[in-house]
Write a protein that binds this ligand. Structure first.
Ligand code: CP
Ligand code: NVA
Length: 318
């Protein structure tokens, strides 16, 4: 594996290898015999805020024997307008790998292409692939696997998390339901790329159903209650993603009823997991009561960022 840029561009074998190694990383933490980043220095180039991603990568790189530089985009020349193409060619001559959090997916891809060093997407507007790997690790731990499971995503169906989720469902073969207002559903061109078979086309008010032909299913609907029915996992994310802050009031009005609360959890399968990538806004996309009742799962997701990303780092290291 040369880079880890998106779930879309990863092969099924790569996703499975990450999950297998992530479990091993978790089981052997503190006793690793391999240090694949030894004598290496990695750069973390971040244009957006972060707690989990930043700390889990900094700790993970060190645990794999490497050294790490945190570079805030606003504090280097990138923030004054130096192009990503020049930044990539400069850093590529000095560092051994890069972890990038930014806005445009194309910037991470340009960096990967021009720097010549392994590059990992730590969140863009289009995907958050590292989060998905930690989430899948958590689902495997708690439910024994993802095959045949139903994951229901509630909220902003057009942001990075549901897009990464839909690629995971398409590649790994499970059912993803996205419950979102009509104007916040995933971009049709991405749905068409991931799920080529249209079973029920999108029509006003009804659920659209798409399939891959090899086990992946995607349901897109405005009907939150129907989407939660019998689900194995209820998943949510913030209503206002980073970079969308000026739309906060409009989004609050649009998403008001798209909340994971006790009544919604009661519609899911008994023992269903409630998951959140965090940070969470209590009283908005999830209630305090539900978050605290499912805190063990949610904070295990956060912990698994460390293990899943150590697996990714090990697999891309040269
Ligand atoms: N879930 C996640 O990526 O969290 P941070 O924004 O804190 O990194
Ligand atoms: N959709 C959110 C994810 C945060 C981890 C955002 O992009 O801000």
């Amino acid at each position: 594996m040369k880079h880890f840029l998106s779930i879309e561009s990863a092969s099924v074998a790569e996703l499975q290898a990450i999950l297998a190694l992530a479990a091993e990383m978790k089981a052997t933490r503190g006793r690793h015999t391999a240090h694949p980043l030894r004598h290496q220095c990695w750069a973390m180039l971040f244009a957006k805020s972060s707690t989990r991603t930043r700390v889990s990568f900094e700790v993970g790189i060190r645990e794999l024997g490497g050294d790490v530089l945190f570079l805030s985009a606003s504090e280097i020349q990138l923030g004054r307008g130096e192009p990503i193409s020049d930044t990539a060619r400069v850093l590529g001559r000095m560092i051994h790998g890069a972890v990038i959090r930014t806005f445009a997916q194309s910037d991470v891809e340009t960096f990967a292409q021009l720097s010549g060093v392994p590059t990992i997407n730590a969140l863009t507007d289009e995907e958050h692939p590292c989060q998905i790997m930690a989430d899948l690790q958590t689902i495997v731990e708690r439910l024994g696997g993802y095959a045949g499971k139903v994951v229901t995503f509630v909220g902003d169906g057009a942001c990075n998390m549901p897009v990464s989720w839909l690629w995971a469902a398409a590649k790994l073969g499970f059912e993803l339901r996205i419950a979102a207002p009509r104007t916040f559903q995933p971009p049709p061109e991405i749905v068409a790329r991931a799920f080529p078979i249209v079973q029920t086309p999108a029509t006003a008010g009804d659920a659209a159903l798409y399939e891959t032909g090899h086990g992946g299913r995607l349901v897109i609907t405005e009907d939150l209650r129907a989407a939660a029915e019998g689900a194995d996992v209820l998943y949510t994310d913030v209503w206002v993603s980073m970079g969308r802050e000026e739309e906060a009031a409009y989004r609050a009005a649009q998403f008001g009823r798209y909340q994971i609360n006790t009544a919604l959890v009661e519609r899911a399968k008994p023992g269903a997991l409630v998951m959140h990538c965090l940070p969470a806004y209590r009283g908005k996309e999830i209630t305090e009561e539900v978050l605290e009742a499912h805190a063990d799962t949610i904070f295990t997701q956060a912990e698994n960022r460390l293990h899943a990303q150590k697996a990714i780092l090990s697999l891309v290291a040269r």
